[in-house]
Design a protein around this ligand. Structure first.
Ligand SMILES: Cc1cc2nc3c(=O)[nH]c(=O)nc-3n(C[C@H](O)[C@H](O)[C@H](O)COP(=O)(O)OP(=O)(O)OC[C@H]3O[C@@H](n4cnc5c(N)ncnc54)[C@H](O)[C@@H]3O)c2cc1C
Length: 291
């Protein structure tokens, strides 16, 4: 049986209290949200926080609201809530398509969007979704709030720009006209982490050309989105040949490593095929949108 190292525990009553507790107990304190990434790491002694600050009573961080040109999602929103959200499904089909593939109902009932992004595991499906949708994150610390883009927030595998005394409070998705999006993942068995997954979002101009394209890949060593592949599509009509070329460039831009999930060339092959599929679906969905 794996048992975590000893730790102390405090239950925050609101965001200000969580920030104050993190500030008081210092860098050896950690937020616990769903606990589905942190607790396994503690049991394996890969994480040894001295204090756990529990934010599960902070219902103020559990919401999905459409406001102006943004969909605002509280950091404590559970995977299942996002999966079942009509607003998220209508605006961003990529969210439900990704959520459906994350683990199983037990994990999805507890795991949160905030925990997923703060964990910054390169195989985390929501990190790709948030990069593709050009989401912003809102952090709160002792000095107030600040808003970061995903490239600013994710510094690398398991590393974010959040200071030890900051709480991730919100993830914001910009709503663009005539946008379609999609996510597809290949896994060894249902509920497993990705061998490879791809996500895309495409916005179309009234004349049918691509005004903005965004392509992300999961678990294959692509930081952020595939800029060269996106540039090939921008300003052009998304014909199948062009989508195939963008998918080839995206697969070239990633850096998969061989592991128990498969050899690198197989993962690169998946990256190309999955990118073709999600781009095609995103363009079809964008074309169906009203202005
Ligand atoms: C069996 C299993 C299978 C899984 N499969 C997948 C999968 O296929 N795809 C996938 O994407 N994920 C998968 N996951 C991970 C799952 O999505 C987790 O829910 C997620 O990674 C972490 O969310 P959490 O709320 O549980 O975070 P926690 O474990 O509570 O926290 C994770 C990290 O984030 C920090 N943190 C959490 N919330 C905040 C906040 N608001 N502000 C600042 N720091 C914060 C914590 O301090 C900790 O460092 C799986 C997990 C398990 C156990």
């Amino acid at each position: 049986m794996q048992i975590p190292a000893p730790f102390d525990y405090a239950r925050a009553t609101d965001v200000a209290d969580a920030v104050a507790l993190l500030d008081r107990y210092g860098p050896e304190s950690r937020i616990v949200a769903g606990g589905h990434s942190l607790l396994p790491m503690m049991k394996l002694r890969l994480a040894r926080p001295e204090w756990l600050i529990d934010i599960n009573d902070l219902f103020e961080l559990d919401y999905i609201v459409r406001e102006g040109q943004w969909l605002r999602v509280g950091a404590l929103t559970r995977h299942n809530t996002l999966l079942d959200s009509p607003a998220a499904a209508e605006l961003f089909p990529i969210i439900a398509e990704a959520e459906r593939t994350i683990a199983d109902p037990v994990v999805r009932n507890r795991g949160t969007i905030g925990g997923s992004l703060c964990q910054a595991d390169p195989a985390e499906d929501l990190s790709t979704v948030c990069s593709v949708l050009r989401a912003e994150v809102v952090l709160r610390g002792p000095g107030g709030s600040r808003t970061l883009s995903m490239p600013e927030f994710h510094r690398g595998p398991y590393e974010t720009a959040a200071a030890p005394n900051e709480v991730l409070c919100e993830v914001r998705f910009p709503i663009l006209p005539r946008q379609g999006s999609s996510y597809e993942k290949v896994e060894r068995r249902v509920g497993d982490w990705a061998i490879t997954a791809a996500g895309a979002a495409v916005s179309l101009s009234p004349d049918g050309s691509v005004s903005q394209a965004s392509i992300g890949l999961t678990a294959v060593g692509l930081d952020g989105t595939a800029a060269e592949a996106e540039a090939v599509l921008t300003g052009q009509r998304p014909e199948p040949g062009l989508i195939a070329e963008a998918a080839r460039l995206a697969a070239e831009a990633c850096n998969p490593v061989a592991d128990q999930r498969g050899p690198a060339d197989y993962k690169r092959h998946l990256a190309r095929e999955l990118t073709t599929r999600v781009l095609t679906r995103s363009c079809e969905r964008a074309a169906l949108q009203e202005d």
